[in-house]
Write a protein that binds this ligand. Structure first.
Ligand SMILES: [Fe+2]
Ligand SMILES: [Fe+2]
Length: 275
């Protein structure tokens, strides 16, 4: 009988899109031989990473179907990378105690949403005339995995940084597509936004518990991988209220709002594939 370990292995090491979208078995407290983050997740020719640079389409060009489809292509790759990193996290970290078990149960719930998001984006890009893999795919998120030694570091990066930034991106592009009168795309972005609010909330709640209610901001800063700053947790049009909806305290949200650095990745006008 298959288990969540088989599901995680299939998502992480499987090469096809079908394997990445497999149904995920519920968590059970069974023995796990701990893995290491592989240098790369499994990806067949169709969806392999590429060094070729693909520019994220500018807002003004999204009136064209192909440019809009390329935007969904980027979004889908981010979902897939998050999904693969979460599958890896299930296999890399132990579940010796209640926090370890909670981490994995939460992650499995989140992964099902990421699969849903991928499917929604792939449907939308197909309707607009392209297939997933038609354009170069970057591995930017994955390159952070060597820095993720603990689940605290994982959540500092994934939930409190990448998924936090995704709140702004999903909300921003929902508005852009609305201006273009593209209701289908608006709906897709709004579904993702509502789910991501929950994902950030799950990560924040777990971090809070592990940190025993002490200052979450310092705990976040302590666990953020080197070279990344909280500016990476903000998207094009920063909306503090979306963090409040994720249950983050006003103190945390204020610190994020006021955080500034001169780090060039975060001085961005648009969502670039690579820094
Ligand atoms: Fe997602
Ligand atoms: Fe997410």
């Amino acid at each position: 009988m298959s288990s969540w370990i088989d599901s995680a292995e299939q998502i992480l090491y499987g090469k096809s899109l079908e394997e990445k979208l497999c149904s995920i078995e519920p968590f059970e407290d069974i023995d796990l031989k701990l893995h290491h983050y592989p240098s790369l997740p499994g990806r067949n020719k169709t969806i392999e990473f590429s060094d070729r640079k693909q520019k994220f389409p500018g807002k003004g060009s999204l009136i064209e179907d192909e440019k809009k489809a390329i935007a969904f292509h980027f979004f889908a790759n981010h979902e897939l990378l998050a999904l693969e990193m979460m599958a890896a996290a299930l296999l890399v970290y132990p579940h010796r105690d209640e926090a370890g078990i909670r981490f994995k149960k939460d992650l499995i719930a989140t992964m099902k949403d990421e699969q849903k998001h991928m499917k929604l984006y792939i449907i939308r890009m197909k309707e607009l005339g392209i297939e997933f893999g038609d354009f170069p795919l970057n591995d930017f998120f994955w390159r952070q995995t060597p820095n993720l030694k603990t689940p605290e570091q994982f959540y500092a990066l994934m939930a409190l940084t990448f998924e936090s930034a995704n709140l702004d991106f999903a909300s921003y592009y929902a508005e852009v597509f609305k201006e273009l009168g593209d209701e289908k795309s608006v709906q897709t972005m709004n579904i993702v936004l509502e789910d991501e609010i929950i994902h950030v909330a799950r990560g924040a709640r777990w971090m809070d518990r592990v940190n025993k209610g002490n200052d979450l901001w310092s705990f976040y800063m302590d666990n953020l991988p080197p070279l990344l700053t909280p500016c990476r947790a903000k998207g094009i049009l920063y909306k503090p209220e979306l963090r409040t909806r994720s249950g983050l305290s006003s103190d945390f949200v204020d610190k994020l709002t006021n955080y500034q650095d001169d780090y060039r990745i975060t001085q961005r006008k648009t969502w670039k594939a690579t820094p």
